[in-house]
Design a protein around this ligand. Structure first.
Ligand SMILES: Nc1ncnc2c1ncn2[C@@H]1O[C@H](COP(=O)(O)OP(=O)(O)OP(=O)(O)O)[C@@H](O)[C@H]1O
Ligand SMILES: [Mg+2]
Length: 335
């Protein structure tokens, strides 16, 4: 995990060259106290500036490439297919937003606790009793735990999350017994979260009441489409469950975006990508995420790919995807 950010690292992660920003303007902003002051480390004759993770969102707000939305954006990440980078893209989008000073909350809604595994810092656990007690949505809704006890902070002050716990299975059963059971998150959870610019629900791959609740809460749905045969075969049926639910619940203004993932060099994967472009032309962002070991390595380090390998082509692809996606999502508030 990156502990300190030098100015040259900031320049790379925030794509200063793409956005015509000079390092001098960063230094000037620091001098005028528009951004936090860096620590100085003497390296030979040079004084190197070092900012902490906590300071980065204030810099991102001024020098980043994503702006805060005018209205709150609630995203439901879902497709009825496992392993197509739902959680990976949720983490990357959420952390990139946080780095850019956008106050973001990720809500883990997958029984398998995948986003929690990606975001949560594992303290050294030596005995079973050392395991931290984690509260989640179940405790907030069913046991009336205060919101503050359920929210977990990360090393960015702009990125929080509500972890998944194994009680989500019980929450799913509980939701089934409620009146207006599809609207419980919208009625009872969202009103508590006005301080966030963006809320992202990371869902598991099988349809359940948590997914219905996150769909009725969301103004945006993002569906990753794997560029492989299994994902392709399932895509049409899988997407129809979302569209049917939208119709049933009259979610007329909800936007749907599809992002192609796991694109490989072989011709089958390329053909599948081509099919997605024509079949889902209205929804697809034509900037695929390629299959890459770097994507996996970055997750292990709990970093976005932009932080992990900022000068790689893979990071450039992600940057273009996230900026394009965000320009379409954030204009929601301007309608
Ligand atoms: N660019 C990449 N190329 C290949 N594998 C990747 C890439 N990025 C992430 N991965 C790996 O792919 C695996 C599946 O990703 P992820 O957990 O995001 O999928 P998911 O859609 O959330 O799955 P589930 O439906 O089980 O929740 C993970 O092990 C992750 O480390
Ligand atoms: Mg997942």
């Amino acid at each position: 995990m990156q502990q300190f950010w030098t100015s040259s690292y900031i320049k790379k992660v925030f794509r200063f060259d793409d956005n015509h920003i000079s390092l001098q303007s960063l230094y000037n902003a620091e001098e005028k106290k528009y951004i936090p002051t860096a620590h100085r480390e003497q390296r030979g004759k040079i004084n190197v500036r070092k900012w902490t993770n906590e300071q980065i969102p204030s810099i991102g707000e001024k020098f980043g490439f994503l702006k805060r939305p005018k209205e709150q954006v609630v995203i439901c990440k879902y497709i009825q297919k496992g392993g197509v980078l739902k959680t990976t893209t949720t983490f990357n989008e959420a952390r990139v937003l946080g780095l850019n000073g956008v106050r973001t909350l990720v809500i883990g809604a997958d029984f398998e606790c995948s986003i929690t595994d990606v975001i949560m810092d594992k303290h050294e656990i030596t005995t079973l009793n050392d395991r931290p007690m984690t509260l989640g949505l179940y405790h907030l809704l069913v046991e009336n735990a205060p919101l503050g006890d359920v929210i977990v902070k990360t090393n960015l002050p702009t990125l929080d999350f509500i972890p998944e716990t194994h009680d989500l299975v019980a929450l799913d059963k509980w939701l089934n017994q409620q009146t207006r059971r599809e609207y419980v998150f919208k009625d009872k959870v969202l009103p508590l979260l006005n301080d966030y610019d963006v809320i992202i629900f990371d869902n598991g791959p099988s349809w359940n009441h948590l997914i219905e609740n996150s769909l009725t809460s969301a103004n945006t749905v993002i569906c990753p489409l794997g560029c492989n045969l299994l994902a392709y075969n399932a895509s049409e049926t899988n997407l129809s469950s979302i569209f049917e639910f939208q119709e049933k619940m009259a979610l007329d203004s909800q936007k749907v975006f599809m992002i192609p993932t796991l694109l490989e060099r072989n011709s089958l994967s390329q053909q599948i990508y081509g099919q997605y472009l024509t079949k889902f032309e209205k929804y697809i962002i034509p900037l695929p995420i390629r299959t890459s070991v770097k994507g996996q390595e970055a997750l292990v380090c709990k970093q976005t790919i932009l932080e992990y390998a900022p000068t790689s082509q893979f990071a450039q692809d992600y940057y273009e995807l996230i900026t394009s996606l965000w320009s379409k999502i954030a204009c929601l508030g301007e309608n």
